[in-house]
Design a protein around this ligand. Structure first.
Ligand code: NAD
Ligand code: UDP
Length: 346
């Protein structure tokens, strides 16, 4: 298949391009580079040996998007392009709603117009809100409390309605849990500039001596050791989940959790990182972070049953690959040649 990957220069998009090419598909990337660097395209070429057509466009611009559809025959779209910083979304709701919703509508419009019938959307476990664990696709969603999460829930709704009204248009809504790690080459990965908001990039920067110590946000949650529990998933497993979703996409709307089904606490992750990489991560426990949920992880059984996909890389691989990127190519990223800039994800 030939797939348009919006946000393909970003963290998850770049790994997914590599996984698609590995699986024999071809990709076209559209990205405005608002949170990524063009050098990522060179790194993807280095890994795959393939030239990747790149459109430096904003996918909220219909005219620019239409040009891609006119110039390439495509079998599907994976829509990663979006803004993802929860805190920033509270400060700039219009910016977030506009970017995340308009891009989704414009791509859907172009797909319908040009007869592109497969659409895979980057959603998030954040749509579940503070629900019972494990999160199951059939759950009633709870309010998200921030425009970022709402924009994902609304995009899901918009795409579902469009698919219901257009039976040949198939949509896969992928709810990601916590992607971490990097491609095993160490050439692409998550490279925040500035102070990382998320746990794994913070840990790798402490390991590299760029930050003095990790601040653990609370150790009095009702969890195994009092620290927050998340379902960390290796970004290459997540990327391969997209390939499976595309290859097995049936007509209609299909929702899949992409997680491992296992919860890991902050302290467990820190210990795993220390053991995997032979480094020490000094930490202190501080106040809880506002808005944090104590614990969530996926029920990942639906994706396994229907897509034949399940995450296969363990926490050791996640920690090892995250550290390899940070300690090799990741260093380049911080000197400004590669990588995504700092935003928190959810
Ligand atoms: P990222 O910021 O690394 O990648 C997003 C890419 O989209 C960037 O390269 C950015 O430049 C591009 N982009 C943003 N708005 C654009 C626009 N209007 N036009 C063209 N390009 C645009 O983020 P990521 O972590 O790779 O996330 C990819 C998607 O997955 C996002 O939609 C995000 O909300 C979603 N998601 C991410 C996580 C996570 O933890 N990283 C979790 C759940 C969902
Ligand atoms: N966390 C932490 N210190 C940090 C960053 C995160 O203790 O510097 C904790 C956070 O409270 C949560 C877990 O690590 O329990 C994962 O946080 P992250 O921001 O990576 O993911 P999210 O909370 O968005 O799922």
């Amino acid at each position: 298949m030939r797939i348009l990957v919006t946000g393909g220069a970003g963290y998850i998009g770049s790994h997914t391009c590599v996984a698609l090419i590995d699986a024999g598909h071809s990709v076209i990337v559209a990205d405005n580079l608002c949170n990524s660097r063009v050098e990522v395209l060179d790194r993807m070429k280095e890994i795959t040996g393939k030239d990747i057509p790149f459109y430096h466009i904003d996918v909220t611009d219909y005219v620019a998007v239409e040009r891609v559809f006119v110039e390439h025959e495509m079998d599907g779209v994976i829509h990663f392009a979006g803004l993802k910083a929860v805190g920033e979304s509270v400060e700039k709701p219009l910016f977030y709603y506009y970017n995340n919703l308009v891009s989704t509508m414009i791509l859907a419009k172009a797909c319908l117009h040009y007869g592109v019938n497969r659409f895979v959307f980057s959603s998030s476990a954040t749509v579940y809100g503070d629900n019972e664990v494990p999160f199951v696709e059939t759950m009633k969603l709870k309010p998200r409390m921030n425009p970022y999460g709402e924009s994902k829930a609304m995009s899901e709704q918009i795409l579902s309605d469009i698919a219901r009204a257009n039976p040949s248009f198939s949509v896969s809504l992928l709810r990601y849990f916590n992607p971490v790690g990097a491609h095993e080459s160490g050439l692409i990965g998550e490279a925040p500039n500035g102070i990382p908001n998320n746990l794994m990039p913070y840990v790798t920067q402490v390991a590299a001596g760029k930050r003095e110590k990790l601040r653990i946000f609370g150790d009095d949650y009702p969890t195994i050791d009092g620290t927050g529990v998340r379902d960390y998933i290796h970004v290459m497993d997540l990327a391969e989940g997209h390939v499976a979703a595309l290859e097995n996409l049936l007509e209609g709307v299909h929702i899949y959790n992409l997680g491992t089904g296992r919860g890991t606490s902050v302290l467990e992750l820190v210990k795993a990182f220390e053991e995997a990489n032979g480094v020490e991560i000094p930490f202190e426990v501080v106040e809880r972070r506002a808005g944090d949920i104590a614990e969530f992880y996926a029920d990942a059984s639906k994706a396994e049953q229907e897509l034949g996909w399940k995450a296969k890389r363990d926490l050791v691989a996640m920690c090892r690959d995250a550290w390899r990127f940070e300690s090799s190519a990741g260093t380049l990223a911080l000197s400004g040649t590669l990588g995504t800039v700092n935003v928190s994800h959810s």
